[in-house]
Design a protein around this ligand. Structure first.
Ligand SMILES: [Zn+2]
Length: 371
């Protein structure tokens, strides 16, 4: 109640919740002791004796937030309001393994906690990864670009290394959740699209990431485009990821000396006509797929992120096609644009999901029982 409607006086909180005064006082004592609720000035409107205003304390605890992809890893510390206090990004060679990355990730996070002086405030770890996540086992069913991570016990490894609960989320879902928080309206349906080495999408409906029955909602990269038979890393042919992902652009620009994702980005940003044309075409293909998704979901907002998604020609191609091909009523007033949080969108999303987990009533009960 305080997170959604605060600050509130104790009296109004009691009226909203319908709790007895004694129960409310006891719960507020616990929450204050746990540094999850604090006073935020006094209510000026009531006249006479001014009542204290209470609010959720989103800054007293922090989360380690990380985003692992096929070509990079970012790790940082954020408070539960979603403010990223520090972040570090490393490029990774394709084909990296857990043994290469996990110890580095744990060490870097520990260093950042020490550096920011927030080590004692760590409440959770949130890691965004591509592909599907088995939420029961904490194992990510990684895409074909990250085969070495398949069946790796990612959640348990990080929990052992950092000593707190670890949340795993699909990176496009994390991006969508970050953009949902940035959009500022709890009623917004947000479609987030991440185009980097691969292509993924995530959707937030009713304030929650929509994962689907088996965790693969939004895996648009392997939707087939008619009349194409390019072989995809998934083993099939004609997937949009085989035609319009960062990996596909590297292949298409190989004759021009392009070898990596940063090479692609440099070419496009320097205005190289061949690279710009290919990036625009890639945007159009992704736009075609998204037109169907937008017609089905009718979101308020579409936010495009990822390294390729950040390129202007790609986004232009995407937005044009999306507007032309989605249902007219779904496309009318649709807000399509770059991720307003930029490359931090998945990290802010993980901080927000960590906040949801930490402020959940049963999590607070567990914390109170230990304290
Ligand atoms: Zn595929």
């Amino acid at each position: 109640m305080l997170r959604e409607n605060g600050p509130l006086t104790r009296q109004r909180l009691q009226a909203f919740l319908g709790l007895s005064r004694a129960t409310l006082v006891e719960r507020l004592d616990t929450l204050t002791r746990l540094r999850m609720v604090r006073t935020a000035g006094h209510d000026a409107s009531s006249g006479g004796r001014r009542a204290a205003l209470l609010e959720a304390d989103r800054t007293s605890r922090v989360a380690v937030v990380a985003w692992l992809g096929a070509s990079h890893v970012s790790v940082g510390v954020a408070d539960l309001a979603g403010t990223v206090l520090t972040v570090h990004t490393e490029r990774l060679p394709l084909g990296h393994t857990p043994a290469d990355v996990v110890p580095w990730l744990v060490d870097t996070a520990r260093g950042q906690l020490t550096g920011t002086g927030r080590g004692g405030d760590l409440a959770a770890v949130g890691l965004a990864v591509p592909g599907q996540i088995d939420q029961e086992t904490g194992i990510s069913i990684t895409p074909p670009t990250m085969t070495a991570w398949r069946d790796h016990p990612l959640r348990d490894g990080l929990a052992d290394g950092l000593g707190v609960d670890v949340l795993l989320e699909n990176d496009a879902n994390a991006l969508a959740y970050g953009e949902y928080l940035a959009a500022g309206s709890r009623r917004s349906t947000v479609l987030g699209v991440a185009v980097g080495t691969g292509i993924g999408a995530g959707v937030v409906i009713g304030g929650r990431p929509h994962r689907g029955a088996t965790g693969c909602a939004g895996e648009i990269g392997h939707i087939r485009i008619e009349d194409h038979d390019e072989r995809c890393t998934c083993g099939r042919r004609g997937c949009v990821a085989a035609l319009a992902s960062g990996k596909a652009l590297i292949r298409q620009l190989r004759g021009d000396g392009v070898r990596s994702l940063p090479d692609v980005i440099r070419r496009v940003e320097s205005g190289d006509p061949h690279a710009v044309a290919l990036a625009t075409d890639a945007g159009r293909l992704v736009g075609t797929v998204l037109a169907t998704v937008v017609t089905i979901l009718n979101p308020h907002v579409v936010r495009v992120g990822g390294e390729i998604g950040g390129l202007a020609p790609f986004r232009t191609g995407l937005a044009e096609t999306l507007t032309q091909q989605a249902h007219e009523v779904a496309a009318t007033g649709l807000d399509v644009g770059p991720a307003v949080l930029g490359e931090q969108a998945p990290l802010v999303g993980m901080a927000g999901l960590a906040a949801e987990a930490v402020f959940a009533p049963d999590a607070i009960d567990r914390l109170a029982a230990r304290a």
